[in-house]
Design a protein around this ligand. Structure first.
Ligand code: TPP
Ligand code: MG
Length: 318
C-alpha cells in the first residue's frame, strides 16, 4: 500500500512537471487521495471484479494491476497507449484487468458500474462486484442518483466509493449540498452509508472489503464516503489560489496521508526508516526510467485517425 501511495505521489509530481515543460497537454493530480485509492485498490479482487473510475484515479488503477508505463503512455498520448493515444489523460482502461474506460462526463461511470453489476447478478456470477469511484461533486448529478436508486432496488453487487476532497473545481462542499456527510444520502435509497477516514489506507481498505463481502453475499450496494482533500489545483489548467486560502490547504497538508502512513508502519515495526528511504529511491528511479522510456515511444500516425472508429472500412466519410 505504501509503495502504491509513493508511486501515486511521484506520478502526480511528474505529470505537473511534464505539463510545465510543454510535453503533455494537461495533468490531473490525486495528491491527498493516495490513501483512499491505495486502500480501495487492495480490496479489489483482480481477475474477478471490475473497476469504474474517474479522472483522478491513477492510484487505484495502479493498485488494481494497471501498468505504470501505460499511465505514461496515456499522458504522452503515444501509439502504444491502450486507447491508441486518443483518450484524454488519466482516462485509462485495460479490459483484461477489468478496468473500464471512462468519460469526463461527471458520474457517467456510475450508471455503467451498476449495469455491469446487474449483469453479474442476472448471469448468476457470484463473488464478483463492480467498484465505482467518484468525487463529492459527482453526487450532485442526476445520473449518480439514478445509479444509486436502481442499484438499491435491484440489490446489485456494486460498491460506491465517494472520494470527498471537499472541492469540485472551485465549488466547496457547502455550496454544493447542505449535508456534511455524503454517506447520509444512502438512507434515501434504502442502502447502507459509511464514512471513513480517507487519509488512512487501512480504514478505506476495511470499509471497501466489508462492502465487497456484503455485495457478494447478495446483500446489495453500499455507499462509502472517504473524507480526503485535494492538495493540488483541480488540474494544471486551474489555479486554486483564486478561490481557496493557502492556510486551508496547509491545514490539510499537515495531515498528509503519506508521511502519516510511513510513521504508522515504523511505529508498528513493519518497516524502519532506512527501508522507507530505499523504497522512496526505488519509486523515484522507476518513475524516472518509465518516463524516459515512454517519451521515446512514437506518436500515432495521422493516418491512424480513421481506424478503430467503425467496423469495416476505415476510410474517411467526408
Ligand atoms: C456533467 C459534467 N458537468 C460538469 C463537468 C465539468 N467538471 C469537470 S471536473 C468537475 C468537478 C468534479 O468534482 P468532484 O466530483 O468533486 O471530483 P474531484 O475533481 O474533486 O475529484 C466538473 C464540474 C463535467 N466534466 N461533467
Ligand atoms: Mg471533489
Amino acid at each position: 500500500m505504501l509503495r502504491n501511495m509513493l508511486v501515486q505521489r511521484a506520478v502526480d509530481t511528474r505529470g505537473f512537471q511534464l505539463n510545465r515543460q510543454g510535453k503533455i497537454p494537461i495533468a490531473m493530480g490525486s495528491e491527498g487521495h493516495e490513501a483512499v485509492q491505495a486502500g480501495a485498490g487492495f480490496a479489489f479482487v483482480r481477475g474477478r471484479d471490475s473497476l469504474w473510475v474517474y479522472y483522478r484515479n491513477t492510484g487505484i488503477v495502479l493498485a488494481c494491476g494497471f501498468e505504470l508505463r501505460d499511465v505514461f503512455r496515456s499522458q504522452f498520448a503515444r501509439a502504444t497507449d491502450k486507447t491508441l493515444g486518443r483518450q484524454i489523460i488519466n482516462h485509462v482502461s485495460d479490459r483484461a484487468k477489468g478496468i473500464a474506460t471512462l468519460s469526463s462526463i461527471i458520474a457517467s461511470q456510475c450508471t455503467h458500474a451498476v449495469g455491469a453489476a446487474y449483469a453479474y447478478k442476472l448471469r448468476g456470477e457470484r463473488d464478483r462486484i463492480a467498484l465505482c469511484t467518484f468525487g463529492d461533486g459527482a453526487t450532485s448529478e442526476g445520473e449518480w442518483h439514478e445509479a444509486l436508486n436502481f442499484a438499491a432496488v435491484q440489490r446489485v453487487p456494486v460498491v460506491f466509493l465517494c472520494e470527498n476532497n471537499r472541492w469540485a473545481i472551485s465549488t466547496p462542499q457547502n455550496k454544493q449540498m447542505a449535508v456534511e456527510d455524503i454517506a447520509l444520502r444512502a438512507k434515501g435509497y434504502g442502502i447502507e452509508g459509511l464514512v471513513c477516514d480517507g487519509f488512512d489506507p487501512v480504514a478505506v481498505y476495511g470499509a471497501v472489503a466489508y462492502a465487497r463481502e456484503k455485495a457478494v453475499r447478495g446483500d446489495g450496494p453500499t455507499l462509502i464516503e472517504a473524507k480526503c482533500y485535494r492538495f493540488l489545483s483541480h488540474t494544471t489548467d486551474d489555479d486554486d489560489r483564486t478561490y481557496r486560502t493557502r492556510d486551508e490547504v496547509q491545514r490539510h497538508r499537515d495531515l498528509d496521508p503519506v508521511p502519516r502512513f510511513e510513521e504508522r508502519l515504523i511505529g508498528l515495526g513493519v518497516l524502519d526508516r532506512a527501508q522507507i528511504d530505499t523504497l522512496r529511491k526505488e519509486v523515484a528511479a522507476l518513475v524516472n526510467a518509465t518516463t524516459d522510456a515512454v517519451e521515446r515511444e512514437p506518436y500515432p500516425e495521422a493516418s491512424d485517425l480513421y481506424g478503430n472508429v467503425y467496423a469495416g472500412s476505415d476510410a474517411a466519410w467526408v
